[in-house]
Design a protein around this ligand. Structure first.
Ligand code: NDP
Length: 505
């Protein structure tokens, strides 16, 4: 049964009160406390109130989890299960996630401040879809036979890396876990994964459903706790073969250091962005463009690595587009994330909200003009809310146009010529996503080709779907192509077997 119905606010509150939350780590098939018994408190971003105390792991817990994952990798209890059986277990897991989507969505909403319409309606179905998509590929991908000389056979096959470490962020806790776990488990690896400590709860429940679906003990291990202890211990662990990370560029750099100073494990990085949205002068339906622009920057409170945070608009369309965006904002109510009418929930933490407000102050001081938003709201709720904020009159060399804000803040920058638009779009240290709006076919292709970004949307804001890889250029990371069969290659080693045949006697 699929449980994707978004509950009404009152029902949602009653269901939240009845939730049975998992707060222990899952290691070797057992839910456990940290070895030293430490716990930390996770808070509801919409109220500022504590939700639960979660086991706070440390390096010793990582050691136990990696040992379990290593045993499971070495004895082949997962990698040597027939592809069809591995597929069946993962599909059962995806089905369970879907069937429990409402419960998982409620957990995600109270732990991450995300609107219930998104967590129940999008995040959990997408999480299930991701795991199912990779599972379905398992018994459809073939190795190769090389064109070797007569009397020889050479096969080229993919083998699991072994033990994969994954460290994931708080903006899409369940989905980011699935983007790593889907391909890593489908290709036969075992995993030790750390959620962001602000958002541990959905992954713990998802991992429990994995055990229920039949994942053998030790194949999926979840260690909860802070980045600078648990995350670093995973990054430096000598018995982890591959590390997948999504988060800030700063911490991504650290993972490269950890790998360089330990066992040179493979590092896959999906990092930040400062993505451009270019609007050319030939667009006609500005309301449609405004709707896309709003999704690109305000969806998920702007806490999105591919957020279209720079609107680069032709001078002749700037004023009209700004008006259309302001009209569009009527469709983006900010409020209680448990209310199905809410489109913008709370920012992840007080610290993060203060950081976003600091950027808004910086923008004002730099001379940009706030058109809408620009201050904290709903303070009486105890939560961390900032409404959609639009800065006009931004220059691309201002800090608000160069640094990742990771909040609902849009910078509007004018251009005159196509060459200028492209130069502005590419003048960023990041290169994750970009979108462009034009009805000129040639220009669309020309500009898409020349944009230095991993994902380009033409007349749409899009991260693609499960069939397309997602990853960036420049400071947005490398090696980290989530989704699609491109993700499978990242978690496998390539092996050549050269066979000499005896001549016929
Ligand atoms: P981080 O990069 O710090 O967090 C991402 C993950 O890394 C979390 O699980 C975190 O653990 C872990 N981590 C933190 N420090 C270390 C460390 N020293 N060694 C190993 N792992 C570590 O992001 P923040 O939460 O601090 O957010 C800061 C900024 O990063 C945001 O404002 C945004 O600009 C960017 N960001 C980008 C994301 C993306 O999707 N690309 C996602 C999240 C943030 P824990 O949180 O438990 O300490």
């Amino acid at each position: 049964m699929t449980d994707t119905l978004v509950p009404a606010a009152e029902a949602a509150r009653a269901e939240v009160a009845a939730l049975r939350l998992r707060t222990q780590m899952l290691i070797d098939g057992q839910f456990r406390d940290a070895l030293d018994g430490t716990r930390f408190t996770t808070h509801n971003p919409a109220t500022g109130q504590p939700i639960a105390d979660v086991a706070e792991g440390g390096p010793a817990d990582v050691d136990v989890a990696v040992a379990a994952a290593r045993r499971a990798a070495d004895d082949g209890r997962w990698s040597r299960v027939s592809p069809g059986d591995r597929k069946r277990i993962l599909i059962r897991w995806a089905d369970l996630i879907e069937a429990n989507g409402r419960e998982l969505g409620l957990i995600e909403t109270i732990d991450a401040g995300k609107p219930i319409v998104d967590t129940v309606g999008l995040d959990m179905p997408e999480t299930a879809t991701c795991i199912r998509w990779h599972a379905e590929a398992i018994d459809k991908l073939y190795g190769q036979v090389a064109p070797s000389p007569e009397g020889t056979i050479a096969t080229i096959t993919q083998e699991p890396c072994g033990v994969v470490g994954a460290v994931i962020p708080w903006n899409y806790p369940a989905q980011m876990a699935a983007w790593k776990l889907g391909p890593a488990l489908a290709t036969g690896n075992t995993v030790v994964i750390k959620p962001a400590s602000t958002t541990s709860l959905s992954l713990l429940r998802i991992a429990e459903l994995g055990a229920e679906a039949g994942l053998p003990d030790g194949v999926l291990n979840v260690v909860t706790g802070p980045g600078d202890t648990v995350g670093e211990a995973i990054g430096r662990h000598p018995d982890i073969d591959c590390l997948a990370f999504t988060g800030s560029t700063e911490v991504g750099r650290r993972f490269l250091t950890y790998a360089a100073e330990s066992n040179l494990k493979r590092v896959l990085l999906e990092l930040g962005g400062k993505s451009p949205q270019i609007v050319f002068d030939d667009v006609t339906d500005l309301a449609a463009v405004a709707a896309n622009v709003a999704v690109a920057i305000f969806w998920n409170m702007g806490e999105n690595c591919s957020a279209g945070s720079r609107l680069i608009v032709h001078r002749s369309k700037r004023a009209a587009l700004l008006e259309a965006i302001q009209a569009e904002l009527a469709n983006w109510p900010v409020g209680d994330p448990l209310d199905p009418a809410t489109k913008i929930g709370a920012l992840i933490s007080r610290g993060h909200m203060e950081r976003v407000l600091e950027y808004i102050d910086i923008g004002r001081a730099e001379g940009a003009r706030v058109v809408t938003g620009g201050q904290r709201i709903l303070e009486e709720s105890g939560g961390w809310f900032i409404p959609p904020t639009v800065f006009d009159g931004v220059r691309n060399d201002m800090r608000i146009a160069r640094e990742e804000i990771f909040g609902p803040v849009l910078s509007v920058i004018e251009f005159e010529t196509e060459t200028e638009a492209l130069a502005l779009a590419n003048d960023t240290p990041y290169g994750l996503a970009a979108s462009l709006y034009t009805h000129d076919f040639d220009r669309a292709h020309r500009v898409a080709r020349d944009l230095k970004a991993g994902v380009v949307g033409i007349n749409a804001y899009s991260e693609g779907d499960m069939t397309t890889p997602f990853g960036g250029y420049k400071l947005s990371g490398f090696g980290g192509h989530d989704k699609s069969v491109h993700a499978h290659g990242q978690y496998t080693e390539t092996k050549t077997v050269w066979i000499q045949l005896r001549s016929a006697g």
